[in-house]
Write a protein that binds this ligand. Sequence first.
Ligand SMILES: [Fe+2]
Ligand SMILES: [Fe+2]
Length: 530
Amino acid sequence: MNNGSYFLKPNIQVEPLFDQWYAWSHLIAPATACRNVSERHLKIMDSYINAPQVHANAVKNPKMLGGPFIDYKGKRVDEIRALRDQTKSQRSALIELSAAIGELDTLLRTDANGFSLQPLYKSVPDALKGRVELVYDLNNNPSYRLIEPLLYKSKYYDESAQSFMLSIAQSDDRPFILSTPRLEDNQSVHLKIPYRHESIDELFRTKSSARTMGYIQDFFDMPAKSAELFQSFFTPQAPRPYQSYEGNGVRWRYFGHACILIETAGVNMLFDPVLSYTYESEISRYTYADLPDKIDYVLITHDHQDHVLLETLLQIRHKVETVIVPRGGGSLQDPSLKLILKNAGFKNAIELPEMDTIEIDKGFIMGLPFLGEHCDLDVRTKIAYLVKLGKHSLLFAADSCNIEPQFYKEIHSIIGDVDALFLGMECDGAPLSWLYGPLLTQKIQRAMDDSRRLAGSNYEQAIDIVNRFNCKDVYVYAMGQEPWLGYVMSLQYTEHSRPIVESNKLISECRSRGIQAERLFGEKEILLNP
Ligand SMILES: [Fe+2]
Ligand SMILES: [Fe+2]
């Protein structure tokens, strides 16, 4: 064995898992995790065990994209059965918490009728006793507040479910995260380490700082059966060096989806990190190799799986000084993102309230309210960012939906014009049940579900923002069209899909008025003068 220096190869895919299911933010917060285990994972696995061929056929049907179907071609049923049985036995506490959430909802529905809630505390299920506050709104509609920090300290936050699966990424093709658990095979190495563990930082540091193979082996203490494969994930070849921005103005680079890196001489910031690995592809893109050694700010707009991608966040954690997140938390549909990231090992996550600012070199970051796109659920963990750098102002509105034009009129009266707008326009959006279904404790009517969507701005809503802020540059995100996002988004648009039609309309209208406008795709670099 060559005992020289080795780097982690740039195409090693490292998926964080929760009981073999791809980990996303709702699998960290205990209350959302328990509901997803009982109402998503176990149900999908039961269904596959009963009818694997139905799943195999559904996965091939483009109309069923993103549906609850396991992508193993009808095979590996015994392994799915073993995973289901293991989940039932090892996650009995989470299954109990999930049932308790259902029971609490029933209790409130039947017994909270406008009178004092005090007598109801004795009937709160044990799993939630001492961890919830029962409340009414001003019209006597009962609800409860989850004391999330206490749940994280209880047996319901169990890090033994957490692990990482390492394998070689050779193409953009990966199974959809919400429907297919990751089974072990002889091409992958399974590291049973919780997300917060510092050895994960050490692993990802090895992408740019070489270590000896002896050190790597001792550090990760691989079982013999995985040792050889694990070694093959490292290479003596150093990665290409990163060229940071040296100018006096601003450089921004689009990495795909809503992920943008801004650099100036004094500060850098990365929005909604969602990165591709580095491998041969026809579509050119920036990857992990195109990040600076130190990232001053990571900014997250909202807690959807395509904007809070743990897989990327954990890989860059060692580089990140501060993560800025929206303020929220305390309810089942709206777990605190700060607590999620804290428990995932980020010691430096701060919440930016609406209309509050953070000073940065030659400017500031301001949090702006983000409306809509959450199926009319009371989710507060969402924020848009106005970034002011010298004479430039950029608005990262992400999936903000302009549901009420008066809102942007108000905002404009406070912040004035904005040079560049970055906006997603997924104006169809999946129905409520697609993402939040496991959290519901009563069935929602189909028609209601269809009317409550994860929908961003359409043409009319988007052009109103452009008009309001007198934007000079308009960039629409690719909205899941980059193929390396398929496993997170599971969307395939045609030229007739509404998000494409509506964003095309926006772009041509802007261009007809001399406004620079485009729908981003793959990669883009723009330099702004000092
Ligand atoms: Fe979203
Ligand atoms: Fe999105």
